[in-house]
Write a protein that binds this ligand. Structure first.
Ligand code: PGA
Length: 241
């Protein structure tokens, strides 16, 4: 495990973007596992800038996102399809037909999960998986529970996750109750994992995840068992200099 402590969000975003950019430079046709949430926004802004400056070329990159809300169309402004398009894909030279996000409108989410995992495996697996961490220790939408779930699967969101995400919706009633998330198999099989945690409200759970027992009650704790984990963190929040 390599831990990179940063002074602030700006530095954390630069360090995380540098890890991703170096992956793309080393293997231009790499497979990236991508995440949504507020944490990676600065990282994505750096990648967009560096792509614009000709420093990184995403034209051969393929990507798979971690998760998607059930019931939201790709055009819904709170869907993770929309988030990725507007915060990254439209701003870099990636071929958008090679970017994949679980289908939140799938009629049979269980078959979507199996097909998503098979697709990732058929592309050789993920080279680098970017992750944020929820205040309850979730990664993707793998919420605290009694066992680690391996395949991409449907989850019922915990109330505290819905509350944390309600800030993006008009009211909490509009926050979907279910999501489809990559499970632990594709995450743990990624050849490198980059975990980001920024802000005072993430420090306690980050410590529990990295130093506490490996338990599905803290889903991110499974990353202690990953052979190439890079953690980029800062105690200061995203709006603090
Ligand atoms: P955040 O979410 O980046 O918006 O804090 C992270 C997560 O819940 O995984």
């Amino acid at each position: 495990m390599r831990i990179i402590r940063c002074e602030n969000y700006k530095e954390a975003s630069e360090k995380a973007a540098a890890v991703i950019a170096s992956q793309v430079i080393q293997k231009p046709d790499c497979v990236l596992g991508l995440a949504t949430g507020s944490t990676p926004l600065g990282t994505y802004a750096n990648l967009a800038k560096w792509c614009d400056e000709g420093l990184v070329d995403f034209s051969k990159v393929m990507s798979f996102n971690l998760d998607e809300y059930m019931g939201l169309s790709p055009e819904h402004d709170q869907s993770y399809h929309y988030f990725m398009k507007h915060n990254l894909f439209d701003k870099i030279n990636i071929d958008q037909s090679r970017t994949f996000v679980p289908d939140g409108l799938a009629e049979d989410p269980s078959s979507v999960g199996e097909a998503y995992d098979a697709h990732i495996a058929s592309e050789g697996g993920i080279d680098l998986q970017l992750l944020g961490i929820g205040r309850n220790g979730h990664i993707g939408f793998n919420e605290p529970c009694d066992e680690f779930v391996a395949p991409t699967h449907l989850v019922t969101l915990k109330e505290n996750t819905r509350e944390a995400n309600a800030r993006f919706f008009t009211s909490i009633d509009e926050v979907p109750t279910q999501a489809i998330t990559m499970g632990m198999k594709s995450i743990m099989q990624a050849r490198k994992v980059l975990l980001m945690a920024c802000g005072p409200d993430k420090m306690e759970i980050l410590k529990a995840a990295l130093e506490g027992p490996v338990t599905p009650q803290v889903p991110a704790s499974i990353l202690q068992l990953h052979k190439d984990l890079v953690v980029v963190y800062c105690e200061r929040g995203q709006d603090e200099a």
